[in-house]
Design a protein around this ligand. Sequence first.
Ligand code: C5P
Length: 231
Amino acid sequence: MTAQLNPRGDVAVLVPAAGAGVRLGPGAPKALRPLAGEPLLVHAVRRIAAAPSVHTIVVAAPAADVESVRLLLAPVAPVTVVPGGAERQASVAAALAAVPAGPEIILVHDAARALTPPELVESVAAAVRGGHDAVIPVLPVVDTVKEVDAGERVLGTVDRAALRAVQTPQGFRRSVLTAAHEAAGDALTDDAGLVEKLGVAVVCVPGSELALKITRPFDLALAEHLLATGA
Ligand code: C5P
């Protein structure tokens, strides 16, 4: 059954899903790789649609797959699908341009974080609603981190207490994300980075282990296990 989105919701979620996913090995675009028999993108969209504040979902798909992604997601949730760009940033910009008037909170969420719980979507949105311009979910860094030179020689040890691993969805006041994309220069790997360049404060909220980014074959195996145990 198709999950209905909330017409009174104040959140639009952009899902860049146009990457090739070469680190997962050869095969379909990453967002369309199967996880327990369904594409990663289906898992991701199902969880976004279950978050009560979500009014609109816009997916940026590989240009060649726009029609098939529309058909794939039609039974999952009402979703707008647009062609993505060559870089993640261009895919996000294309999705942002397709958001209708209404939602003033915009979340940007990687399809590759397919098991992200709806509660994380809600907590990021709530922090923006509560007055923050830009909000990112983070986890502490558990490994010791070294800075190295090009020859893999250690230059120093970084204080991990001051480091955070950043996840998605990242949440923004709509006007802030629009301004950040208009001002964007070099392609960055996340949207908060563009907002930081504007000088806007970005605040952290607790992330979720379930929001892991499925990038390598090991992550896919871990995600299969998590799903089998109830994620
Ligand atoms: O390549 P990376 O793992 O950083 O991609 C993060 C997310 O951005 C993925 O969901 C991927 O599909 C998406 N992406 C995109 N358009 C691109 C490159 C990546 O939508 N050109």
